[in-house]
Design a protein. Structure first.
Length: 230
């Protein structure tokens, strides 16, 4: 390898490492304090870089926030990949696949509740700033990935007759549309609950009666039981 090529690769690696460091620091700050109240100066200071360097990588706080969200979802995506790519998973019935996939949520919450808190702050910030959907396309792809594999499990369950939601939703619309509706409702239910728990856990005395991740496990069981064919 020529010296110039080697140097170029070293510079690219250093840049990637610096960007990942900024994203990690920003995720910590945003999940702790919210996004709206944080300034680029504060982010640069906590990332131990100059604010000019921060702006060189991320032109606006909105751009930075979107990249932090993608960075955060990469970790969540890996958790799902570890599950659905296994040989054991492929042999499961549709309902068992669904239960296994949904089980990623309480496990992820137990490991990193800050992820769900950050996503709440991110959604609120994006909505307040009226960010155009086109700027969120790469971020939406990460969420779509999870939705698609849950839909695959639902479809498999319908085929092997371990899943039945005919009593829950109108039969007037097509199967594909109904599967999409059920998937959206389940994922929204789990995600919204995880977000609430990450924001308010321990706030009230009654919250201490059940651990947040145990509550999510219970919610998963309720969804799975309701969707199981009888």
């Amino acid at each position: 390898m020529l010296a110039a090529e080697k140097r170029k690769k070293e510079i690219e690696k250093l840049k990637e490492e610096r960007i990942n460091h900024i994203l990690a620091c920003s995720f910590f700050l945003f999940s702790k304090n919210g996004i709206e109240c944080m300034t680029m100066n504060e982010i640069a200071s906590n990332s131990e870089i100059g604010v000019a360097s921060l702006y060189r990588y991320f032109v606006t706080k909105e751009d930075l926030s979107i990249q932090v969200a993608i960075h955060a979802w990469n970790t969540m995506e890996k958790k799902f990949e570890d599950v659905f790519t296994s040989e054991e998973y492929k042999k499961m019935t549709g309902i068992k696949q669904l239960e296994t996939l949904l089980g990623v949520f309480p496990a992820a919450f137990k490991e990193c509740p800050e992820f769900f808190k950050f996503i709440y702050f991110f959604d609120s910030f994006m909505k307040k700033e009226s960010i155009d959907q086109s700027r969120l396309a790469a971020y939406e792809e990460k969420i779509t990935f999870v939705k698609e594999i849950v839909i695959q499990a639902l479809n498999k369950g319908l085929e092997d007759k371990t899943i039945d939601f005919s009593s829950l939703i109108s039969s007037e619309t097509g199967v594909g549309e109904n599967v999409d509706k059920v998937c959206t409702a389940v994922l929204h239910g789990l995600f919204s609950t995880a977000q609430k728990l990450s924001l308010s856990q321990g706030l009230l005395a009654m919250d201490e009666k059940i651990q947040p991740y145990e509550e999510l496990i219970l919610l998963v069981k309720l969804f799975v039981d309701e969707l199981s064919a009888r």
